[in-house]
Design a protein around this ligand. Structure first.
Ligand SMILES: [Mn+2]
Length: 603
């Protein structure tokens, strides 16, 4: 066997073991030795899809097609990646190519149908959209809403007051207090739900609070030595604040959020929290996490802050679970209410005038200032709550750091990647010490990057019940060693200035058990149906075989075969043969004992 093929086999093995980064390295070695084999690129694309690096996946699919224009798997995987990037039009084009060759390929047909449906729906929505969107949150009739009969919890006194000369509505919620919060959490732990009326009121109230915050929120803890006489105009001084904790992605992992507060302290006037986006999607308790944070925001408007993440958007919610979860637990309108409130979330937070926190990262342009971020208009006259697909808001939500200097296209396919030199320049230009961002899993929960100028913090431990990562948070407190007389105000020029007014402490935490429910349990989206971690040496042929036999519907049987050893292919004969294999194996016999003659097929 050639050296390249050996590397490919290594890659397949690593892919199966979910060692994605190592799998990429192995396939890369194979490609370096032999750049003409489309399988190497196509398999590496599959790993990129696993890592949600759709931009890189597309690049590999293109390389595979260049090596062999008839390599159908590459078109399929490119289509899947484009769908993940919500580019349904181009995705459809790629699926069409596959269907010309393999008109009965069920997976491709399914994906193609999804694209058609999406594009139809989009065209329809465009056609019916008026000039001014009717906002759900301003049209709620609380007096006309009934409380669900089975509700035994506390009642709330909800009033909506129309503001003069404005479309806006101010909400008053009597009875929303600590006792309500406690009742709600106990209820959620038992799998219970709030009355829809309460949900609407909570979301509407938080929307109102968020709308009054700037696109870049400026908060500072009080400091015993710093002169507070000249305050920046928009700064919020957290009067009794002693500690500020930044939390990264939580992704609907309600039980880990509960654990996080248990471990690091509850929100109070002394302990302020900033949740840095992506609190919904993926996990199957996104409603619970969102409502928990929202009730905290109402109870402690100056102790709980939130930045928007790329998952607080309609497109992502449709694909990654939150839309369907809302509909399953509450209603479509509840989702729309949440979606509107997401549009009011600030895009960045400046802490202690020295640390800028956003979900994704920095920009495609070096000249961006803090003022530019502050001036981003989150409320366009169209009423749309969705961020544009380009510009500062999109970049704050989507970009990633990279180890190399300069900028490059994003591996995700949206936004860019920026290097340590870009971060350094930004910090010095804007006189800030560090960037804090989330948006990417780090196995240790956090990572110090870009020569200490940038910290990635991610707070969904064992992300999607599969990643095995730690969660982390960052605490800010006053540095008791700080000596103001030694401070010339130039500390921002060094990422690790010793005489810094503030101390940063990183703490990690592990995942806690949760009720038996898979990530995205409510999602109706057929998300990239593929052969999971199977690397597929001759993917077209084998996938077609599975499709022909209908085996793929017997997912359990397939998994059994997969898990057993590489010999699952042996059971992919005709349908009947597979059924026999299934019958024989459903009690956990070894698949490898079943020998089925392989029939050659034409594609
Ligand atoms: Mn994200």
């Amino acid at each position: 066997m050639s050296e390249a093929l050996k590397w490919k086999d290594d890659g397949n093995k690593l892919l199966k073991e979910q060692k994605y980064n190592e799998a990429i390295d192995a396939y890369t070695k194979a490609i370096e030795l032999d750049g003409t084999n489309p399988i190497f690129y196509s398999n590496r694309a599959q790993v990129h899809i696993k890592l949600e690096n759709y931009g890189s996946a597309i690049a590999d699919c293109d390389a595979a097609v260049k090596a062999d224009p008839l390599f159908m798997k590459a078109y399929y995987r490119k289509g899947v990646s484009l769908m993940a990037l919500l580019n349904y039009k181009e995705a459809q084009t790629n699926f069409k190519i596959v269907l010309q060759k393999l008109p009965n390929d069920k997976l491709t047909l399914e994906n193609h149908k999804q694209c058609v449906n999406y594009l139809k729906k989009e065209a329809f929505e465009k056609a019916i959209a008026g000039d001014e969107k009717q906002l759900v949150l301003y049209g709620l009739d609380f007096d006309g809403m009934l409380i669900e009969k089975l509700w035994e919890g506390p009642l709330l006194d909800i009033k909506a007051i129309k503001l003069a000369d404005k479309r806006e509505v101010s909400i008053e919620i009597g009875g929303l207090d600590q006792a309500y919060l406690k009742y709600m959490i106990d209820l959620f732990k038992k799998g219970g739900k709030l009355p829809k009326k309460h949900v609407f009121a909570i979301v509407a109230k938080v929307n109102e609070l968020l709308r009054n915050e700037n696109s870049m929120v400026e908060v500072s803890l009080p400091h015993s030595q710093l002169d507070e006489l000249i305050l920046p105009e928009d700064e919020i001084i957290l009067k009794n604040g002693k500690k500020l904790t930044v939390v990264g992605d939580t992704h609907g992992q309600f039980y880990d959020v509960l654990n996080l507060f248990q471990k690091f302290g509850f929100v109070s006037n002394e302990h302020v929290y900033l949740f840095n986006g992506d609190f919904v999607d993926r996990g199957s308790w996104s409603c619970e996490v969102a409502l928990y944070l929202y009730v905290l925001k109402i109870l402690y408007p100056q102790s709980l802050f939130m930045n928007r993440g790329n998952h607080e958007t309609n497109d992502m919610n449709k694909t990654y679970g939150f839309t369907d979860e809302c509909e399953a637990k509450y209603s479509k309108k509840v989702f729309e209410a949440f979606a509107e409130s997401f549009g009011a979330l600030p895009l960045a937070t400046l802490i202690n005038r020295s640390y800028l926190v956003m979900h994704g990262g920095l920009f495609s342009n070096d000249s961006v200032t803090l003022d530019d971020i502050k001036k981003i208009n989150r409320f366009p006259s169209s009423g749309s709550s969705q961020p544009p697909r380009e510009g500062l808001a999109m970049e704050l939500l989507w970009t990633d750091p990279q180890p190399e200097n300069g900028r490059s296209p994003s591996k995700r396919g949206l936004g860019i990647q920026f290097g340590p030199d870009i971060t350094e320049k930004f910090c010095v230009n804007t006189k800030i010490r560090k960037i804090l961002r989330s948006h990417e899993v780090r196995m240790g929960g956090f990572e110090n990057e870009h020569n200490g100028r940038l910290i990635t913090v991610f707070s969904a431990p064992n992300y999607c019940d599969a990643t095995g990562n730690m969660g982390a948070v960052v605490h800010f407190t006053e540095n008791s060693q700080y000596d103001k007389s030694q401070d010339n105000g130039e500390g921002y020029k060094e990422s690790e200035e010793k005489n810094c007014p503030w101390s940063l402490e990183l703490e990690t935490f592990e995942a806690v058990p949760h009720p038996d429910m898979k990530p995205m349990a409510y999602s109706k989206a057929v998300l990239f149906p593929d052969m999971s971690n199977e690397a597929n040496d001759e993917p077209d042929e084998w996938d077609q075989r599975i499709i022909n036999t209908g085996c793929y519907e017997e997912n359990l049987a397939l998994q059994l075969c997969h898990a057993d050893k590489g010999d699952w292919r042996k059971c992919l004969g005709e349908m009947e043969a597979f059924r026999k294999c299934w019958d024989k194996n459903k009690n956990n016999d070894r698949t490898s004992t079943v020998e089925i003659e392989r029939k050659d097929r034409e594609l």
